[in-house]
Write a protein that binds this ligand. Structure first.
Ligand code: NAI
Length: 334
């Protein structure tokens, strides 16, 4: 069978999670998504009403199928974690089994296993505030939703991820000895284990004024965890763990960044267009024609994720890969 992917953090057709779903679907994967509980109804009804049909179209003209949409709130690991006011909130009360542990259990019940886990979600309630003015709660909430959520997803999904298969390959070695005696060597080769991918941002390592509320810290944590988890999940489950440091995209989440009427994401996109080595459009901004928006960064990030999830990347783990038109390599603006 083809690979099965669970993508956490898809609630519309504008973000990186959606783009990754499309690239994985185009490569033959079965797609399951985890959608933030408060955004679930609108996402599902838009999907059913055909609102996303144009952007669901794959390269061969077929429509991406999403086999199942699971409600998810990655800030809660199990039901005992959920405070009373959230449980009874009307946006949550209509859904069930949306903590990370429960979602993993439901996926196991429905499908048995997955091969690919994608974390494409972030939230920082005080992202509009400079870190110097961020509250403890705002800072911890950013880390909880944007970094620990990946640790939690991996904890609960790793046991249902298909491990790699080890194959013994027999090589014949011909040493340059006078006898030309064949020496048989056995080597252990890992064939295509599970793969996980998260989305990061260069604010983890460089000063990006405006990316506040502890979100820069959350991305630094996510990248550091990418390395530790690559080791631990690699040794324990033969799972690879990588992150994509993506260029700026005017997604729903990114529109929330900014303060005093200044849109951070617009500035970032302009800056990138002016200064990156490759002067391609990075934005999926509404002013661009549809064909252009899908040809650029969304697709490029999606395709990188598909590569990282594939056996082509079977020796890549613990890596943060830039997909940003090369902006990260610049030392000075043009
Ligand atoms: P997006 O709005 O498409 O994705 C964020 C998703 O997170 C939304 O679907 C939202 O509903 C979901 N979410 C928020 N809190 C959640 C929770 N507690 N549980 C479950 N889901 C939750 O926006 P975008 O920008 O595509 O974000 C995807 C990832 O890409 C994020 O990690 C973001 O930081 C990262 N990224 C975005 C960049 C950009 O310029 N937009 C640049 C580099 C990285």
């Amino acid at each position: 069978r083809g690979k099965r992917a669970f993508i956490a953090g898809v609630a519309d057709d504008n973000g990186y999670g959606w783009a990754i779903a499309k690239s994985l679907a185009a490569a033959g994967a079965e797609i399951l998504v985890g959608t933030w509980v408060p955004a679930l109804n609108i996402f599902e009804s838009s999907l059913q009403r055909g609102k996303f049909d144009e952007s669901r179209t794959l390269r061969d003209g077929s429509l991406m199928e999403i086999t199942k949409v699971y409600p998810l709130d990655a800030v809660y690991d199990f039901p005992e974690d959920v405070p009373e006011d959230v449980k009874t909130n009307k946006r949550y009360a209509g859904s069930s089994n949306w903590t990370v542990k429960e979602v993993a259990e439901c996926v196991k019940q429905d499908f048995g296993s997955i091969d690919i886990l994608v974390h494409s979600l972030a939230n920082g309630p005080e992202v509009g505030k400079p870190i110097l003015e961020t509250s403890r709660n705002g800072y911890l909430a950013a880390i909880s939703a944007s970094s620990y959520s990946f640790v939690s997803l991996l904890q609960y999904f790793a046991p249902i991820m298909n491990p790699g298969t080890f194959l013994f390959l027999r090589h014949l070695l011909y040493p340059f000895s006078s006898s030309f005696k064949n020496i048989v060597k056995l080597s252990l080769v890992l064939i295509s284990g599970g793969a996980t991918i998260s989305l990061s941002f260069i604010a983890s390592e460089r000063i990006m004024p405006g990316y506040g509320g502890g979100m820069s810290t959350a991305k630094a944590a996510l990248e550091s965890d990418t390395r530790m988890l690559a080791f631990e999940a690699g040794r324990k489950h033969q799972i690879r763990v990588n992150s994509i440091s993506a260029g700026p995209l005017k997604s729903r989440a990114a529109k929330a960044i900014g303060s005093k009427g200044i849109s951070y994401i617009d500035r970032m996109i302009d800056y990138s267009r002016e200064n990156a080595p490759l002067q391609k459009e990075l934005s999926a901004g509404k002013s661009l024609p549809f064909s252009l928006t899908t040809l650029t960064s969304l697709k490029e990030v999606g395709d990188t994720a598909a590569f990282l999830a594939s056996p082509l990347a079977s020796a890549i783990t613990g890596a943060v890969i830039y997909v940003d038109n090369g902006l990260n390599a610049m030392g000075m603006g043009v």
